[in-house]
Ligand binder design. Structure first.
Ligand SMILES: [Fe+2]
Length: 340
């Protein structure tokens, strides 16, 4: 009886692990919620360097997580890639990740951009844009200032429950405290030019059109418009003034794209290799520049006309794990404040 139990444990455990270990050098299965034009080169070069075939499934975060949940222990997924710390926090909360210990990743990725169970690979900033015919420069310098009653009827943002705003809320909680953040969220709602609708680009366009005086948006949407040759986009850019917020306090809020290895990963060796590859000079350029973001590896420089034009700024260095851990609290605060 005992022997039989042991035998089946061996089959279930070591036996299957053995088969998986054999497959480990051959392929890696990536579930990605990020897809850009430069992806072909990104994944192609990994295969060229390592001989490991990359199988990709691309879908929205929620769909991928649902799929991982349904596949359970049999999931073929090795690596999950997503944008925004709050979404990676959701995935982490589901318990899908296994921590990865890698000297290389510790050396390449700054400590504040490494979470307990996943790594950041590119950064984006949450910036303020304003219409100078409607708002004065001194009114547009901080996130906190957006709740100033002087901006009544001027403020536009996408939904408060969107991950990008929840992450900003989490940063505010960390820097200013929960009580002040709740006041802030109420102030934002009181200052709305219109009920939240659309994405960040829609807010930028609404500022250009004068429908809103001031808005917040991720830097890559702004950079995309700035780098666009379309006359309509150029007209939008000509009408707005971008600001790096909070330069005299805690710095501009930073978010990330990131990835982690699944604990059910059938190809763990290949998964770690892929996570390490994403921090290589070459992959960093593809990964960041493909979406007008910045590489996390400090020595890697990308030349992006829009980002170069926006210039250097003081970035918030709040540890990304702390940010991720605070998103749930930010959600409750925003709900109470009616920032939806
Ligand atoms: Fe986005």
């Amino acid at each position: 009886m005992i022997r039989k139990a042991l035998a089946s444990a061996l089959l279930a455990g070591f036996g299957i692990y053995g088969a998986q270990a054999l497959a480990a050098d051959n392929e890696v299965n990536i579930y990605s919620a990020r897809h850009y034009q430069t992806d072909e080169a990104l994944y192609g070069n990994f295969t060229k360097q390592t001989g490991i075939k990359v199988n990709r499934i691309e879908a929205k975060e929620d769909e991928l997580l649902e799929r991982i949940r349904n596949e359970g222990a049999n999931s073929p997924a090795d690596v999950f890639i997503a944008v925004d710390a709050s979404r990676l926090a959701n995935a982490d909360e589901m318990g899908i990740f296994a921590p990865v210990k890698s000297k290389l990743l510790e050396e390449r990725i700054p400590a504040h951009l490494r979470a307990d169970n996943w790594f950041s690979y590119s950064t984006r900033a949450r910036v303020i844009v304003y219409n100078k015919d409607m708002v004065k420069a001194e009114q547009a310098q901080t996130y906190e200032g957006l709740a100033d009653p002087a901006l009544k009827g001027m403020v536009c943002t996408r939904s408060g429950s969107h991950p990008y705003n929840l992450s900003l809320g989490a940063a505010l909680v960390q820097h200013d405290g929960a009580a002040k953040t709740e006041e802030w969220a109420k102030g934002i709602v009181a200052n709305f030019a219109r009920a939240p609708k659309g994405g960040d680009t829609d807010q930028i366009k609404a500022v250009a059109a004068g429908e809103c005086g001031i808005a917040i948006a991720n830097s890559y949407y702004l950079a995309r418009l700035m780098n666009s040759t379309k006359p309509d986009d150029q007209a939008v850019v000509a009408k707005i003034t971008p600001v790096w917020p909070n330069q005299k306090s805690w710095g501009t809020h930073i978010n990330v794209s990131g990835a982690g290895m699944l604990k059910t990963s059938p190809n763990k060796a290949a998964a770690v290799k892929f996570l390490e590859y994403l921090a290589s000079d070459e992959a960093q350029v593809y990964f960041a520049d493909g979406n007008n973001e910045w590489p996390v590896v400090a020595s890697v420089k990308v030349s992006n006309p829009a980002l170069d034009k926006l210039g250097e700024f003081k970035a918030d260095t709040l540890p990304i794990q702390k940010l991720a851990d605070t998103v749930g609290e930010a959600q409750k605060i925003f709900d109470r404040a009616g920032y939806r």
